[in-house]
Design a protein around this ligand. Structure first.
Ligand code: ADE
Length: 232
């Protein structure tokens, strides 16, 4: 039987799912509240990790060690790096990369964590496929893209930085947890997928757009996750 860990960085990104699920156990660890229970018959653990890569990595390790999850879904919002992704649209991860890791001095590719032997963490093919199909069913009015998530401990809100992320990483969206969740899932051998709804365009308008659209975008993701989990 599958047991799915669902991580959102912010309360806004998990509160809809928490209200919809049947909670059987709540455990607080590392300042994170893990809500274990069921949603439409699926066993799940929903948690707000907090923002950024360290919180995200800790969260994955707890989901693995304490809850023994078999799958991880990272849900939430992101800035768009691809003109095809408008505010509200959905990005499903094909791969995730750290954009703030730079050990190029020692011959590693930009974004590559030394001595790991991998630069891009691939999401699970089956989860990608199911997410894509489900998205078309439950959010047919939105544009969905399977693409590249780039993550770093930085809110991207300037055109020149956005352009660098596109140039260096061919990123489709940027956020602050995905690569860390992917990295942790990879180290623990847990299949994962990142599902992000676009809240802003990661440029000079991002600071204005983000608070205006984050709730709406997060609701799109919650709808997708709810329809996806019983299928895993
Ligand atoms: N999450 C949502 N929008 C973002 C942005 N522009 N940069 C980083 N994380 C984000």
């Amino acid at each position: 039987m599958s047991k799915i860990g669902i991580i959102g960085a912010m309360e806004l990104e998990v509160d809809t799912l928490k209200k919809q699920m049947n909670v059987t156990r709540v455990i607080t660890k590392a300042n994170m509240e893990f809500n274990e229970g069921t949603l439409d018959g699926a066993e799940i653990v929903v948690v707000r990790s907090g923002i950024g890569k360290v919180n995200a990595a800790l969260c994955v390790q707890i989901l693995s060690d304490i809850f023994e999850v078999t799958h991880i879904i990272n849900t939430g919002v992101a800035g768009s790096l691809n003109a095809k992704l408008d505010i509200g649209d959905i990005l499903i991860s094909k791969v995730a990369v750290h954009h703030d890791v730079d050990v190029t001095n020692f011959g590693y590719a930009l974004g590559e964590v030394p001595q790991l032997g991998i630069r891009e963490f691939p999401a699970d093919e089956k989860m990608i496929e199911l997410a894509e199909k489900t998205c078309k069913e439950v959010l047919p009015e939105l544009h969905t893209l399977v693409g590249r998530v780039v993550s770093g401990d930085q809110f991207i809100c300037a055109k020149d930085i956005k352009e660098k992320l596109i140039e260096n990483f061919k990123g489709d969206c940027c956020e602050m947890e995905g690569a860390s969740i992917a990295h942790g899932a990879y180290l623990n051998g847990i299949p994962f997928v990142i599902l992000r709804a676009i809240s802003d365009k990661a440029d000079d308008s991002a600071q204005m757009d983000y608070p205006t659209f984050e709730k709406h975008a997060a609701e799109h993701c919650a709808k997708l996750v709810r329809a996806l989990v019983p299928q895993l």
